[in-house]
Design a protein around this ligand. Structure first.
Ligand code: THU
Length: 131
């Protein structure tokens, strides 16, 4: 899939978002090393903290289908600002893909592309679990 197609896949997921509380739809498209793409959207809940972000939806779908090798993810929002992943998603994604490229889109479709390492410097990982 080309970069533009991956962006279109993430934007296409905005209509699947379930966000009756925030009214802030997010779509994601995650590309695996073998080219497989998994999409996701945010899914909110009346018990607010139970909701899940689009990025973790996409990566959970991928991992549960046997994929763990990820190259890039597009995160799409409809706001003026680029839709950057929250801290929990940064940590979640780092576990499987510290080298991931994160492509954040605003509502106009402009992109801000950053390595996950820049979004999560000094991230906590399994090397810190030496006790
Ligand atoms: N959200 C995401 O799905 N991904 C992001 O990158 C930022 C935030 C969701 C969580 C919640 O459903 C809504 O956006 C507002 O925070």
């Amino acid at each position: 899939m080309t970069r533009e197609e991956l962006k279109a896949a993430a934007i296409g997921m905005l209509d699947r978002a379930y966000c009756p509380y925030s009214h802030f739809p997010v779509g994601a498209a995650l590309e695996c090393a073998d080219g497989t793409v998994f999409t996701g959207c945010n899914i909110e809940n009346a018990a607010y903290p139970v909701g899940i972000c689009a990025e973790r939806t996409a990566m959970s779908k991928a991992i549960s289908e046997g994929h763990r090798d990820f190259v890039r993810i597009v995160v799409a929002g409809r706001s003026e600002d680029y839709c950057v992943p929250c801290g929990m998603c940064r940590q979640f994604m780092q576990e499987f893909a510290p080298e991931l490229e994160v492509i954040c889109l605003n509502g106009a479709g402009d992109e801000l592309a950053l390595p996950l390492k820049e979004l999560l410097p000094y991230g906590f990982d399994n090397t810190h679990l030496n006790h």
